[in-house]
Design a protein around this ligand. Structure first.
Ligand code: HEC
Ligand code: HEC
Length: 211
């Protein structure tokens, strides 16, 4: 668990104690234990049409989901199913899934290697600075999402590498507006509320350049 503290940026405002508290919080999130990778592979067959082979998407319209923490995938699928995260396509895709199928699909995708098909050539200096150092009112993204965007499996914090700028920016705006407010979104909402449109675009450009 201390490895999560390792990439702590110099000026980050997150203390080790605060992070430790988050791990206890993360433990309260819907458990994804009890899933079967084999059953998940079966249940996920229809998902490949959009999310790509084993969850690595080559189409910017669909986010890669390979290698995301099982807790995160389970939480998002439950939210789509129950209408707490709104997206016309995914609300339909998740509508018929049972809790057990969600657990199976979650452990299946968590076990797949995440590949970044085409990282953006141009990042953003402002985005990189915010990502690594944070600023007053905005904790450094690297503290939770890893300095290279690998996320944090035990805590259920999603990987960001491989997300497109458009998708990352939309997600940040959805936290800022409260459109995404279920589960661990409580960790994103206060800091997203601080971000200007310019900062969101800069962060999204940096995220899209992670390889
Ligand atoms: C027709 C295309 C399509 C299909 C089929 C599809 N998805 Fe999706 N999926 C999307 C789109 C588009 C999004 C982004 C939605 C949004 O912005 O909320 C998404 C988002 C997701 C996310 C959230 C990703 C994140 O980073 O938060 C998960 C998890 C997911 N899909 C899982 C699945 C699973 C599991 C299946 C199969 C049961 C599936 N999807 C089938 C199009 C699809
Ligand atoms: C305290 C830990 C923490 C910090 C700091 C943090 N995040 Fe997050 N982030 C999370 C968690 C937890 C989620 C998943 C929330 C959910 O369930 O919707 C998330 C989700 C996201 C997502 C959506 C991912 C997806 O696939 O849809 C993006 C984009 C994101 N964060 C970007 C950032 C950026 C940019 C920063 C820095 C300005 C940041 N995060 C700082 C914990 C954190």
């Amino acid at each position: 668990m201390m490895t999560a503290v390792h990439p702590m940026p110099r000026r980050g405002r997150f203390t080790a104690g605060m992070l430790l508290g988050l791990f206890f919080f993360a433990g309260a999130v819907q458990a994804s234990e009890g899933g079967s990778i084999k059953a998940g592979r079966e249940a996920a067959q229809s998902c490949a049409a959009c999310h790509g082979d084993k969850g690595n998407s080559n189409n910017p319209a669909f986010p890669s989901i390979a290698g995301q923490p099982a807790k995160y995938v389970a939480s998002q699928l439950t939210a789509y199913r129950d209408g707490k995260r709104e997206n016309a396509i995914m609300n339909g895709q998740a509508a018929g899934l049972s809790d057990q199928q969600i657990r199976d699909i979650a452990v299946y995708y968590a076990a797949q290697g995440r590949k970044v098909a085409s990282p953006a050539d141009e990042g953003s200096e402002l985005g990189a600075d915010l990502y690594h150092q944070g600023r007053e009112g905005v904790a450094a993204c690297a503290a939770c999402h890893h300095s290279d965007g690998y996320g944090n499996q035990p805590a259920g914090f999603p990987a960001l590498r491989g997300l497109t700028a458009g998708y990352a920016a939309q997600s940040l705006k959805d936290y800022r507006s409260g459109a995404r407010a279920h589960g661990q979104a409580v960790l994103m909402i206060p800091l997203a509320a601080e971000l200007s449109d310019e900062e969101i675009d800069a962060l999204a450009a940096h995220i899209a350049s992670l390889d």
